[in-house]
Design a protein around this ligand. Structure first.
Ligand code: SF4
Ligand code: SF4
Ligand code: FES
Length: 538
């Protein structure tokens, strides 16, 4: 085992990992600006310099490009290292405006933080500061040039990850600045990541600008539900309101990034169109009712149709926008209380195909977070999945008279053919989050919860089961969909003895082979592959 020493601590060398990474992973923090683990390392900020003694020579070197070697002795706390950090900070602050009180980055700014820890406590600069412009450089992004420390992370991101190269480094000396090339806009579909990786408040998200001081925000680790990639994200919220979504590192899924569609796609959570209460009655003005009355109406409606026309006259659509646990309960409902009814899944694939960027990040064409999960679960339960075309035809031909639709898709659209089919139904139950073309035709509307208002898991396109975690309370009288389905099953005489969603997950793991041994702890914060995938790979 090859080792080297940092600050008298012996550390094992991991091949391919630079000094900075190795130090940080061993709880030795080295300040840095230009280095980002997802980008190349130009070593231009000089903040990460450490003292290195190796092969009989001693000197200062950037830890972001130096590789550890057997017997190397590294010092991060020497006088020389501290003098360098102090000098870099003083240099960076020469022209930096003193606008922390009005800067969005304040509270999570590496210039501000390092200034306290590594910088001088005052500036010796007496001349006029160079003032650079504020620019609108993209649909979502502003550039406050005079806050920029020229780390070039944003330029490298556009060159290496999005592959769109809109940003460049212009002019010389005190006038040098980051900018978009003439005629360009920073409008690539990954542009928001430049704001995340900017260590200061130079690149700003227009949606977040001046909305919240970051120290008021609460955080919850969750998933983006914008497509089947299942990017790991953190939702920042306060006072029952989301303020921003940012990517969370998961090297098996999204590495450090997310796309702008997902980043800005949460507005529906706070939409005026949210379904707030259970409702009964078709059309524009259904009656608001208590949950008990709505559940009784669901039971009575399906029982009446079953008695009159038999179980095959009932159908349901599971939802690739709802969690594994919720689709499992829907499958249970159709296996037992509604045995003999048919069940299908409505496809949500966009026509544009997957979009893969230079660095490998892919936005999936399948715009649902759980297509893989719902299919695995219904198949694993032994429920035969009916082609949705067959279900719509059955409705058109009058063979299917009652339908239960699980929704959850904020972009719900129905075709004209589907709309006319819905009009032929004698009984329609819609469980959804927003008033839409489906809910307006429903006899019973059951208001469900969005991804930030409940716990559960999704299975991404690669078969990785990952958790969503609750940050906000469901709006109005809405409920987590798994709770609604538990109540529907019990109202219809079935068994659903679950107090928490983890209880549902445990039963899912017992009932569906692909989910065997997947429990809350094994899924953890980074997810776990379906057990069937592990077996194939082994
Ligand atoms: S705008 Fe931000 S990320 Fe880009 S070079 Fe300046 S400080 Fe670095
Ligand atoms: S790629 Fe898909 S899952 Fe990832 S951030 Fe974009 S929409 Fe969300
Ligand atoms: S982080 Fe090493 S030189 Fe910038």
């Amino acid at each position: 085992m090859a080792t080297f020493t940092i600050d008298d601590k012996e550390i094992e060398i991991v091949p391919g990992k630079n000094l900075l990474q190795t130090a940080v992973e061993n709880d030795v923090y080295i300040p840095h600006y230009c280095y980002h683990p997802g980008l190349s390392a130009p070593a231009n900020c000089r903040m990460c310099l450490v003292e290195i003694e190796a092969g009989g020579r001693r000197g200062m070197a950037p830890s972001c490009t130096a590789m550890p070697a057997e017997g190397m002795v590294v010092g991060t706390q020497s006088e020389q290292v501290k003098r360098n950090q102090n000098a870099v900070m003083e240099f960076l602050l020469i022209n930096h405006p003193l606008d922390c009180p009005v800067c969005d980055q304040s509270g999570e700014c590496e210039l501000q933080n390092y200034s306290y820890t590594y910088g001088p406590d005052r500036s010796r600069f007496l001349d006029q500061k160079t003032i650079q412009p504020k620019k609108d450089i993209g649909e979502h992004t502003l550039l406050y040039s005079d806050r920029c420390i020229r780390c070039t992370r944003c330029i490298r991101f556009c060159d290496e990850v999005s592959g769109t190269s809109e940003l460049g480094y212009f002019n010389r000396g005190v006038h040098n600045e980051i900018d978009i090339f003439p005629g360009e806009r920073l409008d690539n579909r990954l542009s928001g990541n430049t704001v995340d990786i900017c260590p200061v408040g130079a690149l700003l998200d227009k949606d977040f600008l001046f909305k919240q001081r970051v120290w008021f925000l609460k955080e919850v680790d969750t998933l983006c539900t914008g497509c089947s990639a299942g990017c790991n994200i953190r939702a920042d919220y306060n006072n029952e309101r989301i303020y921003r979504l940012v990517p969370r590192e998961n090297m098996d899924v999204n590495e450090y990034w997310m796309c702008d569609d997902g980043r800005h796609g949460w507005g529906y959570v706070h939409s005026d169109d949210r379904l707030l209460f259970p409702m009964i009655g078709r059309g524009a003005d259904p009656d608001l009712v208590l949950w008990e009355a709505a559940l009784e109406k669901v039971r009575d409606g399906f029982e009446k149709i079953r008695e009159a026309h038999g179980p095959a006259s009932i159908a349901g659509f599971a939802s690739s926008h709802l969690t594994n646990e919720e689709n499992f309960l829907f499958g249970i409902l159709f296996k037992d209380p509604l045995e003999g009814a048919s069940i299908g899944i409505r496809p949500k694939v966009s026509q544009e195909g997957d979009t893969t960027f230079k660095g490998g990040f892919t936005i999936r064409a399948d715009k649902s977070p759980n297509s893989r999960g719902v299919t695995e679960i219904l198949s694993g339960l032994g429920v035969s999945i009916t082609d949705p075309v067959e279900i719509w035809r059955g409705i058109q031909e009058g063979n299917i008279k009652a339908l239960y639709i699980l929704g959850g898709d904020p972009l719900e659209r129905i075709t004209e053919a589907e709309r006319s089919s819905l009009g032929k139904l004698e009984f329609l139950v819609v469980q959804d989050i927003l008033a839409n073309d489906l809910s307006r035709q429903a006899d019973v509307i059951l208001p469900g919860a969005t991804f930030i208002e409940k716990n559960g898991t999704f299975t991404n396109c690669d078969g990785r089961v990952q958790k969503i975690n609750q940050g906000l309370e469901p709006v109005g009288d809405a409920r987590a969909d798994w709770r609604i389905l538990k109540d529907v099953i019990e109202m219809m005489g079935g068994s659903a003895p679950y107090d928490e969603v983890e209880d549902v997950m445990a039963d899912l793991a017992n009932a569906v082979e692909a989910f065997a041994q997947l429990e809350s702890s094994s899924v953890g914060s980074l997810g776990a592959l379906l057990s069937t995938i592990e077996k194939v790979e082994a």
